[in-house]
Design a protein around this ligand. Structure first.
Ligand SMILES: C[S@@+](CC[C@H](N)C(=O)[O-])C[C@H]1O[C@@H](n2cnc3c(N)ncnc32)[C@H](O)[C@@H]1O
Length: 254
């Protein structure tokens, strides 16, 4: 008789080697795995042949299952099969609805365990060599959603723009123009920003420019790929920023 249990596991930002050792062990021992859209599918291949692996992902509001159905599946599968791994992109508690799922499962009297993951908010800029904090340049960083549950941009983007913090905006590409319009009101016009897509994966892509030029990059964004927006002077650390700036100066001169 197996004891029902649900383990919320962070799968990391994309690269399968960026899952924790503990997370990988949970995958290898699971009876059932429910996994999301941004989880690298190669991680699922590490499960036992007998493990039931179920895709429950959603992208761009296209849901295979509602959140309520997923909550119920976690409980039902744990009662029927034993250990269920709920595998989520990045860290389950960073814009991952991990808290809601945990509350539901615990309310049903089922044991839960949490295995943190490497969040894209930290790992994606880091993989590009962009420091989120830097002595004398940025004393803090804010991780903000670019799209709230009603589709609007978060008011925290305005608050963050008024500070000197590095802004790390998830789920913001579809509201990119609205976001940059707000940022422009409060930050100096040469403030650099970066859009990093498919971070830590072989097809990772970065776009770098300054706030006053944000309209130039709108057509180069791949709206089908996950991406984060990083805004702040720390981006001047990236070699592409220098290259692009030099190019702009040359363009002006000739
Ligand atoms: C629903 S949130 C989940 C975040 C996740 N829990 C985490 O900690 O990374 C999904 C958003 O994370 C960001 N994201 C996740 N993986 C990414 C990646 N490999 N490259 C760029 N952005 C990524 C994108 O902004 C995407 O829209």
């Amino acid at each position: 008789m197996k004891i029902p249990k649900v383990i919320l596991v962070g799968a990391g930002p994309g690269d399968i080697e960026l899952i924790t050792v503990k997370g990988m062990k949970a995958i290898q021992e699971a009876d059932v795995i429910l996994y999301d859209a941004l989880v690298n599918s190669d991680l699922i291949k590490k499960a036992k042949a007998t493990t039931k692996c179920i895709y429950v992902g959603k992208r761009f509001n296209k849901h295979k299952f509602s959140q309520e159905e997923i909550n119920q599946m976690l409980v039902d599968y744990a009662l029927k099969y034993g250990t269920v791994v709920r595998l989520k992109g990045g860290d389950p508690f960073v814009f991952g609805r991990g808290g809601e799922e945990a509350a539901f499962i615990e309310n049903q009297g089922i044991e839960t365990e949490f295995i943190p993951g490497v969040s894209s908010a930290l790992a994606v800029p880091s993989s590009q060599g962009i420091p989120l904090s830097k002595r004398n340049i940025s004393e803090s960083f804010w991780v903000i959603t670019g799209t709230t549950s009603n589709g609007e941009i978060s008011k925290d983007i305005i608050l963050g723009s008024k500070s000197n913090a590095t802004l790390v905006i998830l789920m913001g590409l579809r509201n990119f123009s609205l976001i940059m319009n707000e940022v422009k009101k409060y930050r100096h016009k040469h403030t650099p920003f970066a859009i990093i897509q498919n971070g830590t994966l072989p097809n990772e892509n970065i776009i770098i420019d300054t706030v006053n030029n944000y309209k130039n990059v709108i057509d180069t964004i791949d709206y089908s790929a996950p991406g984060i927006i990083v805004i702040g002077d720390v981006i001047a650390e990236h070699p592409a920023f220098l290259d692009e700036d030099i190019q702009r100066v040359l363009d002006l001169a000739y």
